[in-house]
Design a protein around this ligand. Sequence first.
Ligand code: SAH
Ligand code: SF4
Ligand code: F3S
Length: 464
Amino acid sequence: MPAFSIHTYGCQMNVRDSDLLARRLRAAGFAEAASEDEADVVLVNSCSVREKAEEKAIGKLGMLCAARRGRPGLVVGLTGCMANRLGPDVFGLVPGLSFSVGPRAAGPAIVSLVERALAGERGLFLADANRARPMDAETTKEAGAGEPHGSSAPASFVTILYGCNQRCSYCIVPSVRGSEESRDPRAIVAEVREEAARGAKDVCLLGQSVMRYGRMGFAWPEALPSPMGFSEPLPRLLELVAREVPEVRRLRFTSGHPSGVTDELVRAMREIPAVCPHLHLPMQSGSDRILREMRRGYDSARYLAAVRRLREGVPDIAITTDIIVGYPGETEEDFESTRRVMEEAGFDNAFVFKYSPRPGTPSALLEDDVTDEEKRRRDQILLADQDARGQRCNDRWVGRTVDVLAEGPSLRNPARWSGRTGQNKIVVFDPAPGLRAGDFVRVSVSSARPQTLYGALDTAQTRP
Ligand code: SAH
Ligand code: SF4
Ligand code: F3S
């Protein structure tokens, strides 16, 4: 049987989609190649969010198609957001590409596309139609049939909200992922259950603007009451999933928005034991003028108020963020506001991106007037600030004992293991004999770096 390999760019939603595509291909009898060089089918699951991400994917596809000279039968397929953005033009950019398929259409179509491409067809194209059948529980169940359970990593993702309606001025996601569509809570529970059966202990519920879950064209099923008395859809969903799938000991959701940090959500985070004290809350900028231009729907005061509510309501919460530097017209003063607000928010971690104009977005009409060099300078300053702040955040954990979900040998030093806390902090420790990925252990933290905690197993308290 032909072997496949998937190369993934972009966000967690793409990671999840790649996983579902792999399951479908395995269920259809394809094997996962030991390495890309041994694959008969290579899929590139792509991201359009910044120009660099697209360039990388195009470079990768070009290289794969060139490699075909020595391997004439090699199938090279494009999936993900670039398929929607580029449309059939992609075949001009990447001569020899076997097929291109959008992220929502890919699930149901992937097996037949691969089979047709293996039979020699080229140039097959399928963009997402609005009503394309999503990759959801229904379809993954059928795809996963017959597979051994317990095969997935201890941490896993489930998409609960497709698309995005926010239309931030700089962002291509709404045009490549379509409009917001919330999945039925029962389908979500079924899919989380399936992840649990495969061994997942930590499940992150995904949506580009996840706090919009259930806010559009959606009525929460009456048959699903909320014993905790929640009326908002996301708290209700968290309660439901935690109750129905207790094997999943940790539940997260991402990405957040300050408008969704309601009293109910804070209470759900505090009172549902499985819900982790961790929130990724992209801020993008600390300048009110830039935030307005970005159409983010909040100013720095509202953002900070949400952070305060979270810190007051959820003990030991870790808050992480995304920042864009060099948005058109961003002055030194705007940038200094961002530094100040980041400090005030006290982020545990921050991902900093250099602004990249995306075709068709409102901000692409503005002059990209902050030079690359200046963007790099601002990026480095924010990263240095964050290093110091991350160190301070993590120093608070030294001397404490934390619950860690063991994930496997640490990348830097395979003799040690790494895992994560509920706050999503990486913890490195020496494993005990017999430790398995997916075990929960107690680690007493002895030292900290900006991104990592180090400690020793507290064997007396290690839970089975
Ligand atoms: N839906 C998420 C973000 C998804 S994209 C949210 O709104 O929070 C992930 C991150 O990429 C964004 O938070 C933003 O910081 C960054 N990003 C998006 N478009 C960008 C662009 N045109 N240039 C640079 N960074 C961008
Ligand atoms: Fe993009 Fe804004 Fe939607 Fe996030 S919320 S995906 S940044 S449009
Ligand atoms: Fe990229 Fe698409 Fe995710 S553009 S960030 S892979 S939704």
